[in-house]
Design a protein around this ligand. Structure first.
Ligand SMILES: [Zn+2]
Length: 235
């Protein structure tokens, strides 16, 4: 009895030690905290399409038009600074039934900052979104998907879930639209979160044409596009 308590004590120390240094997305080997999601298995073939870094004055409206055409909901992880630059687009995203997530105010690598500084980055963006769209989001996508214990601590302090992804289109590296569509179609499975960008550097963006190709194909395969919140809370 005494020995098993000692073993249990050692195990909890090991778990705590493992939790003290959480590797970045993509290098992760241990158990993730329950509030960090990269997918969520469900019984209805639900998947989530996400767009980071916007709003963008040209590409966000095109993407919204395509989503509307197919009656598809998506989630936009908005940068606070861009929200203030393009408030009408933030309102349009909201009015058309999409979800808004927090992608920080200045898109810093959060791993390089203290918990207080990370909290400031998150709340600064949250306040901008609240002022513009009169809604508060509790979904955080850390820039680059980079996170560590401090990011987790900040997210918990502010009651955020951390949202990563399972299918990375790498659209910011400017593959062709067809290549992006193939990447999505060949990797997608139930519960996946797809990472795209509505704001990328360099014109033209391949992303709008890629989603124009891939949305009808995935609908035909029986997938349902839902917001990230709906996905992570579905059974
Ligand atoms: Zn980003």
């Amino acid at each position: 009895m005494k020995q098993s308590r000692i073993v249990a004590g050692i195990m909890s120390v090991l778990v705590m030690a493992g939790g003290a240094s959480i590797p970045v997305h993509g290098e992760y080997t241990g158990a993730r905290p329950e509030y960090v999601y990269s997918s969520h298995m469900n019984e209805q073939n639900k998947i989530a399409l996400t767009f980071d870094d916007g709003p963008h004055p040209v590409y966000t409206p095109i993407i919204l038009d395509i989503l509307k055409e197919h009656g598809v909901r998506a989630t936009f992880f908005i940068i606070g600074e861009n929200a203030e630059r393009y408030p009408d687009l933030v309102r349009r995203i909201q009015q058309e039934g999409h979800e808004i997530g927090n992608h920080t105010y200045l898109h810093k690598n959060l791993k390089e900052h203290s918990v207080n500084c990370i909290c400031d980055e998150i709340t600064h963006a949250e306040d901008a979104i609240l002022r513009i769209a009169e809604q508060r989001t509790k979904l955080l996508r850390p820039p680059g998907g980079l996170y560590n214990q401090q990011v987790c601590d900040a997210a918990r302090k502010l009651d955020y879930d951390i949202i990563l992804w399972t299918v990375d289109t790498l659209d910011w590296t400017h593959p062709t639209s067809e290549e992006i569509a193939v990447t999505i179609e060949s990797n997608i499975k139930c519960g996946d979160i797809i990472l795209c960008h509505d704001f990328i550097g360099g014109d033209p963006s391949p992303t709008p044409d890629a989603i124009r190709l891939v949305i009808p194909r995935l609908l035909q395969r029986g997938y349902t596009f839902v917001s990230v919140s709906e996905l992570i809370h579905s059974k």
